[in-house]
Design a protein around this ligand. Structure first.
Ligand SMILES: Cc1cc2nc3c(=O)[nH]c(=O)nc-3n(C[C@H](O)[C@H](O)[C@H](O)COP(=O)(O)O)c2cc1C
Length: 364
C-alpha cells in the first residue's frame, strides 16, 4: 500500500501542473492509502476563455499526467478513473497509486518544477532535428503536431495572433478576466499571473495598470489613443516572431467529450515537459483555439457588436491555415524557442490550501 506521506509528496509535485491563468481548478482529497480523489471544477461561468470548460479539462489532464510522472519517481504506477457521480462541471477523478516492481522513473520527472511559461520573445535559432523528433514523439499517436518554423510561416501565425489580440483587448468580457488574473507589482504569484510575467515592459505595465481600473478607460484608450497597439506589439507580434516555431497540437479524432479534452491536456503536458527536456521554453497561445471553439459551436463570445463577426472571420482564417479538418481537431497552439528562464513566474497555492475540506468548503 502506498502511504499518506508518499501521496502527499506526489501531490506537492502535482501542484506544479499548468492551468489557464494559474486558476488551479482542482482540490485534493487523500481518501485512503493508495487513493487520491481529485475534485476538478471549471471556470466557464466566470472566464470567457474557459469555453464549455475545455481549458479547465485540459488543465486536469496536465495535472493527472504530472501526478503520474511524479508517482513514477516513488516507484509507483498511478492510473485514474472518472467517478460516475461527477459531471463535466465538477468531475471527480480517482487516482489509484500502486507500488510497481521495477518501474522506470519517467524521464520527464526532473522537469515538473522547472516547466514554466515564457511570454517574452525567445531566440529564433531553428529547432534541431533531435528537438523536432522529440517534440513530435511526445504527443503520442492520437495527435499530430504541426510546426510553423520558417520566417514566413511564423509571420502568418503572427498575423493571426495580432488580429486575435484585437478581439482579446477590445472585448469587455475578456477585460473582466484580465483585471482579475494579473497580480500587479508582483514578481511571483500563488494564484494568478504576476505582472512581471505578463511580458510587457515596466512602463507599459504601469499604464496598463492605470487604464485597467475601469472598462471606460480601456474603451477610451482603445478608441482614441490606439491603446491596443503597444500591448499587441509586446505581447503578440514580437513573441510570435521571436521563437523557433509555433506548434499546433491536433487531435486525429475531433474531440467530443470531456475526457477527450483531458486527454489533450495529457498530451500538452508531455509536449511542454519534453520542450524543457530538449532545452526549449514554451508559451501556450490559446486564444485562436478558444475563439475557434466559439465559432464552431455557433456561440456568442461577446455582447459587444461586431466581435462575434470577427471571431467567425478569424476561425475561417485558422481553417485556411490548417485545413478545415485539422482546425476541428486543434486543441493546443503554442510557440517554442531557446531562451533564458523567465525572471518572474506564477507559483502555486500551498498544498494545505488545495486540500478539500470535509464539509466541501475551500474550493476557491
Ligand atoms: C489550458 C491552458 C491555456 C493556457 N493559455 C495560455 C495563453 O493563451 N497564453 C499564455 O501566455 N499562457 C497560457 N497558459 C499558461 C498559464 O497561464 C500558466 O500555465 C499558468 O499561469 C501557470 O504558470 P506556469 O506555467 O509558468 O507555472 C495556459 C495554460 C493552460 C493549461
Amino acid at each position: 500500500m502506498v502511504d499518506r506521506d508518499t501521496l502527499v509528496r506526489i501531490l506537492e509535485l502535482g501542484r506544479w501542473a499548468p492551468s489557464g491563468d494559474n486558476t488551479q481548478p482542482w482540490r485534493f482529497e487523500i481518501a485512503e492509502d493508495g487513493l487520491i480523489r481529485i475534485h476538478g471544477f471549471d471556470t466557464r461561468d466566470e472566464v470567457v476563455y474557459d469555453f464549455a470548460g475545455h481549458a479547465s479539462h485540459i488543465a486536469h489532464g496536465a495535472l493527472l499526467e504530472t501526478l503520474r510522472i511524479a508517482a513514477s519517481a516513488h516507484g509507483c504506477d498511478a492510473s485514474w478513473v472518472l467517478r460516475p457521480d461527477g459531471d463535466d462541471r465538477q468531475p471527480v477523478y480517482e487516482l489509484h497509486v500502486r507500488r510497481a516492481e521495477g518501474l522506470v522513473v519517467d524521464p520527464l520527472f526532473p522537469f515538473i518544477e522547472q516547466r514554466v511559461v515564457q511570454r517574452r520573445p525567445m531566440r529564433t535559432t531553428p529547432l534541431t532535428a533531435e528537438q523536432r523528433r522529440a517534440l513530435a514523439a511526445s504527443v503520442g499517436d492520437g495527435y499530430e503536431l504541426r510546426l510553423f518554423e520558417t520566417f514566413s510561416a511564423r509571420a502568418a501565425v503572427a498575423r493571426l495572433l495580432w488580429d486575435n489580440a484585437l478581439i482579446r483587448l477590445t472585448c469587455p468580457e475578456a477585460f473582466e478576466v484580465h483585471r482579475q488574473v494579473i497580480e500587479w507589482g508582483a514578481r511571483f504569484s500563488e494564484d494568478r499571473i504576476p505582472e512581471q510575467a505578463v511580458g510587457v515592459d515596466p512602463l507599459t505595465a504601469r499604464l496598463m495598470r492605470w487604464v485597467m481600473k475601469s472598462w471606460a478607460r480601456v474603451d477610451f484608450f482603445n478608441k482614441y489613443l490606439m491603446g491596443t497597439v503597444a500591448p499587441r506589439i509586446q505581447l503578440d507580434l514580437l513573441p510570435a516572431l521571436g521563437c523557433a516555431a509555433h506548434l499546433c497540437l491536433i487531435a486525429r479524432q475531433r474531440p467530443a467529450t470531456m475526457v477527450d479534452y483531458v486527454g489533450a491536456g495529457v498530451a500538452m503536458q508531455r509536449l511542454w515537459l519534453t520542450a524543457h527536456a530538449v532545452g526549449l521554453h514554451l508559451q501556450p497561445e490559446m486564444t485562436p483555439v478558444i475563439f475557434n471553439w466559439y465559432a464552431s459551436a455557433g456561440h456568442s463570445l461577446s455582447r459587444k457588436a461586431g466581435i462575434d463577426d470577427r471571431v467567425r472571420l478569424l476561425a475561417g482564417r485558422l481553417g485556411s491555415l490548417l485545413g478545415a479538418d485539422a482546425a476541428g481537431g486543434l486543441v493546443v497552439m503554442c510557440r517554442v524557442g531557446v531562451s533564458s528562464p523567465p525572471a518572474s513566474r506564477s507559483t502555486r497555492k500551498a498544498l494545505a490550501g488545495l486540500m478539500l475540506e470535509r464539509n466541501g468548503a475551500g474550493r476557491h
